[in-house]
Design a protein around this ligand. Structure first.
Ligand code: G16
Length: 544
């Protein structure tokens, strides 16, 4: 098997976004496109000769072809071994778990997360470092600069690896180990949670749950853990087989894209607990009977109830949330007397805080929750955390949330997304807002007076690195906030995200629909940023 040097020229659009490089499948299929990026990853790294790499993906269209390309390139570049999930499958949190458990050099995860899959839809690739987490900005920027000057890449002429048989194979001097993608992860969950109590609840005959795997990667993990190890009734896991195109569905666990599950939670025979996960298994949505738990509330409630869960009962070192995530977790941290960090959007910003032991739990409004058990957000972990709380507290989901609001107050919250808007208009909107932050401070809009408006900048509490331009914040003197940022995960045009939040402590108003409670702020969010003028849109496409 001979190593081949292939001449190539740079592509100018390979800067990783919020979470790796995401493009249409057809872009990745263009000659040299994927190989250029993979070689750029390797060129940005040092000291991997003879070391082990983990590779796997969410099973979406082009996953297998991409894996074969990466395996040959890893062999030609001198890796000693690659561990691959059987069938090319590894959920994002499971990949993080395997990287950490086997102390590998790093890993490559193939996924475009919650974006649709199929020949005309999205694909993605990202590099994770030896801590199991997404590469920090200094590495993603180094990969990008390599991609701008790449002139050749290394590969190997060899037969394809059999991805479907567990065991060892050889590719040149590199060994390839096909591993069970589920068992290491499932074993870890068994260490963190009280499986006996959860099994007792699920087999009690008085409690039912439904988990929607959305035809995506979490199906086999949920079947093993919920149905096999915890004894949940067969059929508890819906849409459990990972499909290359997610069955034509959009694997994003929110009220819009998991609508069958949401509808079933309001039916006469609704289960007690409902949950869903996304394309690559790192996001989660939590539902009770006729009740939706916002991701921001879910994070706060998990933190407030950590003492009930054996893996976390020893106490929390601290917590963190991304800037646009609601301040519900801040209230819990204050009550517990622990630090609460505010980071930019992107799981990579939690890595240093977790590694340094400054935080135990962290989460984002974008349906991401996690802990120091891995270095990715973890959908099934969040679902199991809730199940553990339900097994101990023996109350309905809605009651647990209502009691939480009574105790801590509620941060009424909504996110309005304007999708697929023209990039120029989106950039112009952000630029004018940025330019006006100074003049906005002190201005009043009806009952709302701006205390501070700025473009969020973050200084890492561990390595002091600074990340600027992370979103426009408008903070009002009554604790309300409006935040504007452009998504860094889309593949078509731009998506403007507007995050709207207001604290509520009046017991009579705690239960109100957020779209009603926040009506005035929602209106202000549109007029202050002149959304219609810059985007032509009068209403958001997705409201969560
Ligand atoms: C990724 C990141 C998250 C981020 C989310 C949304 O999630 O890992 O940290 O919150 O994107 O980012 P944006 O608002 O820029 O679209 P995932 O699940 O897509 O990998």
């Amino acid at each position: 098997m001979e190593i081949q040097t292939i001449n190539t020229t740079p592509f100018d659009d390979q800067r990783p976004g919020t979470s790796g490089l995401r493009k249409k499948v057809k872009v990745f299929q263009a000659p040299h496109y994927l190989a250029n990026f993979v070689q750029s990853i390797f060129n940005a790294l040092e000291g991997y000769q003879g070391k082990t790499l983990v590779v796997g993906g969410d099973g979406r269209y082009y996953n297998r072809e991409a894996l074969q390309i990466i395996l040959k390139m890893a062999a030609a570049n001198g890796f000693g071994k690659v561990m691959v999930g059987c069938g090319g499958i590894l959920s994002t949190p499971a990949a993080s778990c395997v990287i950490r458990k086997y102390k590998t050099f790093g890993g490559i995860i193939l996924s475009a997360s919650h974006n649709p899959g199929g020949p005309d839809d999205d694909f993605g690739i990202k590099y994770n470092t030896c801590n199991g987490g997404p590469a920090p900005e200094k590495i993603t920027e180094a990969i990008y600069s390599q991609s701008r000057e790449i002139a050749e890449y290394l590969t190997m002429e060899a037969a394809d690896i059999d991805l479907d048989t567990i065991g060892m194979q050889q590719l040149g001097n590199m060994s390839v180990e096909i591993i069970d993608p589920v068992s290491d992860y499932a074993d870890m969950m068994e260490q963190l949670f009280d499986f006996d109590a959860m099994r007792a609840l699920l087999t009690s005959g008085t409690f039912t749950m439904r988990f929607d795997a959305m035809n995506a990667v979490t199906g086999p993990y949920a079947q093993e853990i919920l149905e096999k190890r915890l004894g949940a009734a067969a059929g508890t896991v819906l849409r459990g087989e990972p499909l290359a195109d997610f069955g034509g569905a959009h694997p994003d666990p929110n009220l819009v894209h998991a609508k069958e599950l949401v509808a079933s939670m309001s039916s006469n025979d609704a289960p007690d607990f409902g949950a869903a996960s996304d394309g690559d298994g790192d996001r989660n949505m939590i539902l009770g009977r006729d009740f939706y738990v916002t991701p921001s509330d879910s994070l706060a409630i998990i933190a407030a109830n950590a003492a009930h869960v054996s893996g976390y009962a020893q106490g929390l070192a601290g917590v963190a949330r991304s800037m646009p995530t609601s301040q519900a977790i801040d209230r819990v941290a204050a009550a517990l007397g622990i630090d609460c960090y505010e980071t930019p959007t992107g799981w990579k910003f939690f890595g240093n805080l977790l590694d340094a032991g400054k935080i135990t739990l962290c989460g984002e409004e974008s349906f991401g929750t996690g802990s120091n058990h891995v270095r990715e957000k973890d959908g099934l972990w969040a679902v199991l955390f809730w199940l553990n709380i339900l097994a101990v507290r023996k109350q309905p989901v809605a009651d647990i949330v209502h009691e939480h609001w009574q105790q801590y107050g509620r941060d009424v919250y909504t996110r309005h997304d304007y999708e697929g808007i023209a990039t120029e208009g989106a950039n112009a909107l952000m630029q004018q807002l940025r330019a006006r932050t100074g003049e906005l401070s002190g201005q009043s809009f009806g009952d709302y007076t701006v205390e501070l408006a700025d473009d969020f900048s973050y200084t890492d509490a561990v390595d002091n690195s600074v990340s600027s331009n992370q979103g426009i914040r408008i903070l009002f003197d009554n604790g309300a906030r409006i935040v504007y940022r452009l998504s860094g995960t889309g593949t078509e045009g731009a998506t403007l995200r507007v995050y709207i939040e207001q604290p509520e402590t009046n017991p009579d108003k705690l239960e109100q629909d957020p779209q009603v409670s926040l009506a005035e702020l929602i209106r202000l969010s549109s007029t202050i940023a002149e959304i219609e003028k810059f985007t032509g849109r009068t209403a958001a496409d997705v409201i969560t």
